[in-house]
Design a protein around this ligand. Structure first.
Ligand SMILES: C[S@@+](CC[C@H](N)C(=O)[O-])C[C@H]1O[C@@H](n2cnc3c(N)ncnc32)[C@H](O)[C@@H]1O
Length: 471
């Protein structure tokens, strides 16, 4: 008999792409679980009583290492959307109350006047549509070394949404042949356009020792100040040092920038024992990173690239267009990546079309594994975001990764057999993504908090930030 884990998705902090949250979460889980287990895993969206879950189906007879529920749990706990997990049992399940929608209660306001479904509805637990599964809460192991305040406290225009950042990091780690390092704490992670460190904070929470670089000294300073305050407030022993960036080869000419290093321990005993996390923060042009970091030293490269919403024409410094930046940074990024490493890049499809990105990466010895639009979601009027996953052409696990890419692209919902079920799917059960006249989501526009920080997409107002910079 197949066993099911049902993952209740965290309410999205960014209501703007709520409608895409389900497919994104399914694809992330297929990549992450499949990569760690070494074979595609059956993950899909499932709606039960009007609530959306991710369903992970495993076969207890499966002897693949790690495929049992117990080994899955630490991986599930790291998924960007995991909020609570249940074991589902369909046998002896509770019967839906009389008159209840067998496939799950219809969303409030949905039209329920149509004829009753005549065939089996695969969004429901039972072929006859008469029963709901029993859900038993199941605890997840604690996989985070630090609290969520590390990711959420710092707020600023241009911050990448934390949940999306976690997804990017998980995907890049999944591509690496050293992916187990994300659980052990020794996966080498680089964010080469780190801004004020959302990716680095996630990596620190996971127990990693990441490296970040950004050309904007103001961003680096702000993150440095935040981190030292946070470490003091949480009584975490730490040491810091800073200096000019040493060039690996004197041929580099002018200085490449500056560095700031932090060593962080859980307590004094750990500090004395050398059980520390290290963070390296570089203020420099990302195109020069190969001059200052060792070749083949990165397992997972995670970048939320500039969106280029305002400034396509400039070609110098950090005002390069996103495609120019990608083209100029790629030799360095490729040199830093281990043969078994992987990269996850978030890009604005309007300024960095998939085919052009694939060409650029291809010309630098990288194979793009994600398909066009696989992680596509709308951030705001100017940003139509997607994720590109790529690995070196000679990655030792290319066959496995190609199989995972194919499985990730399969439909994320069960095939729908009735018009009613299809209609329900087309209408998000909660937080509908209807848009107002200016293209922002109705939910965001009416959210009182949304107007106090960075409207319209309060967590990710990239556009205003870039405008400020380039005017
Ligand atoms: C979309 S933002 C990343 C935001 C970041 N994830 C965060 O949450 O703070 C893109 C970043 O790329 C940086 N950037 C642009 N051009 C760069 C370059 N040539 N070298 C290094 N960083 C660059 C910008 O300064 C900006 O911080």
């Amino acid at each position: 008999m197949t066993e099911s884990l049902l993952v209740l998705r965290a309410p999205s902090a960014n209501r703007v792409f709520t409608a895409s949250a389900g497919p994104l979460a399914v694809r992330e889980a297929r990549w992450v679980l499949g990569a760690h287990l070494g074979a595609p895993v059956d993950v899909r969206e499932r709606e039960i009583a009007g609530v959306d879950y991710l369903e992970i189906r495993t076969d207890p007879q499966d002897t693949t290492p790690g495929s049992s529920g117990d080994s899955l749990r630490p991986l599930v706990a790291q998924l960007s959307s995991a909020f609570a997990v249940f074991e589902a049992s369909d046998s002896g399940a509770g019967t839906a109350p009389a008159g209840a929608d067998p496939a799950g209660a219809a969303p409030a306001g949905a039209d329920t006047t149509g004829p009753e479904p005549t065939g089996p509805d695969p969004t429901g637990p039972e072929p006859n549509g008469s029963a709901l599964p029993l859900l038993r809460p199941t605890p997840l192991p604690e996989v985070m070394r630090h609290g969520s305040e590390l990711e959420t406290t710092l707020r600023y225009p241009g911050k990448t949404n934390e949940q999306f950042t976690a997804l990017l990091l998980n995907l890049a780690a999944a591509l690496s042949s050293r992916r187990g390092g994300v659980l052990r704490g020794d996966l080498a992670l680089l964010d080469p356009t780190c801004g004020r460190g959302t990716t680095l904070s996630r990596a620190l929470r996971l127990g990693l020792s990441p490296t970040g670089a950004d050309i904007d000294a103001k961003d680096i300073d702000a993150y440095r100040t935040f981190l030292t305050t946070w470490a003091k407030q949480h009584h975490l022993p730490h040491t810091q040092s800073s200096g000019r960036l040493g060039l690996r080869s004197p041929a580099g000419g002018r200085g490449a920038g500056s560095r700031w290093d932090l060593e962080l321990a859980a307590d004094r005993r750990a500090q004395r024992a050398g059980e520390v996390q290290k963070l390296h923060l570089l203020t420099c042009d990302t195109t020069r990173l190969a001059e200052v970091l060792p070749d083949r030293s990165v397992d997972a490269l995670v970048a939320d690239l500039p969106y280029g919403v305002q400034h396509g024409a400039r070609t110098e410094g950090w005002q390069r267009s996103p495609l120019d930046l990608l083209e100029q940074a790629m030799p360095a990024w490729r040199a830093l990546l281990r043969t078994g490493g992987g990269m996850a890049l978030a890009l604005n499809r309007r300024t960095a079309p998939y085919e052009r990105v694939r060409e650029i990466l291809g010309s630098h010895g990288l194979t793009v594994l994600s398909s066009d639009g696989a992680f596509r979601h709308r951030v705001d009027q100017a940003i139509d975001r997607d994720v590109v996953l790529a690995v070196p052409d000679d990655h030792p696990q290319l066959d496995l990764l190609r199989a995972l890419a194919a499985s990730a692209d399969e439909p994320t919902t069960p095939q729908l057999t009735t018009p009613q079920a299809a209609a329900r799917r087309a209408t998000p059960a909660r937080a509908p993504s209807s848009t107002t006249g200016d293209g922002t989501s109705a939910a965001a526009a009416t959210d009182p908090e949304a107007t106090t920080t960075d409207p319209p997409a309060r967590a990710e107002a990239h556009e205003p930030r870039e405008r400020t910079r380039h005017e």
